[in-house]
Write a new protein. Structure first.
Length: 204
């Protein structure tokens, strides 16, 4: 293979990452070419170890190298409060606010008929199992302010609403309708967690 084909192959791999165009991919490749071989080896090894050793937490579906993630295994976390999120990026966003000290449950997506994603495709069954086994007194919906997010929240709410003494709340709507959680600034997200509201519907 000549140099241009090798370059194109590497650029194609970086460009396959979300949010990375070919111009940015080319910058990444050229930057790696300038680095010492040892630094490149460390970079590649870290990616390999990440792919090989990272797995889902058996409780909350967060990423972890152990059986339980750092949050689930932390004895200082409030085990009576459970925050339901769409993905791992949402955990990182909420943790950055330093306004929440409970546990999480990652759904792995949201209900979206247009994309063929139904309740069975999400981690809802394991959520319901946790509700039976753990001393959870409050569930907080921290889902994106979209139709799909509201649909997902409503579906889970119907599954949980008959549980006695369970508080079901949702983050306050300081988040613009239609926005994903990961793009919300930390101050707004932190206030939304702190000033969460009881979850309800007009027909309930």
């Amino acid at each position: 293979m000549n140099s241009s084909k090798l370059l194109d192959k590497a650029v194609d791999q970086f460009a396959s990452l979300p949010g990375v165009g070919r111009k940015t991919a080319l910058k990444f490749v050229l930057h790696l070419l300038k680095k010492d071989p040892q630094e490149v080896d460390i970079f590649l090894q870290s990616i390999h170890e990440l792919k090989t050793n990272i797995k889902e937490c058996r409780k909350c579906h967060n990423i972890t190298a152990e059986d339980l993630c750092e949050i689930c295994s932390n004895p200082t976390r409030d085990t009576t409060t459970l925050c339901i999120v769409e993905n791992i990026k949402d955990i990182l966003s909420i943790e950055a606010t330093a306004q929440y000290n409970g546990l999480y449950h990652v759904l792995g997506g949201i209900i979206s008929p247009m994309e063929g994603i139904g309740p069975a495709d999400l981690h809802i069954d394991t959520l319901l199992e946790r509700m039976e086994k753990e001393p959870i007194r409050e569930v907080i919906f921290a889902l994106s302010a979209t139709i799909e997010g509201d649909t997902t929240g409503y579906y889970i709410f119907k599954k949980l609403k008959d549980k006695e003494h369970l508080i079901i709340s949702t983050i306050a709507k300081g988040i613009s309708v239609g926005n994903d959680l990961e793009y919300t600034d930390e101050l707004t997200l932190g206030r939304s967690i702190t000033h969460r509201i009881r979850y309800s519907f007009n027909n309930e």
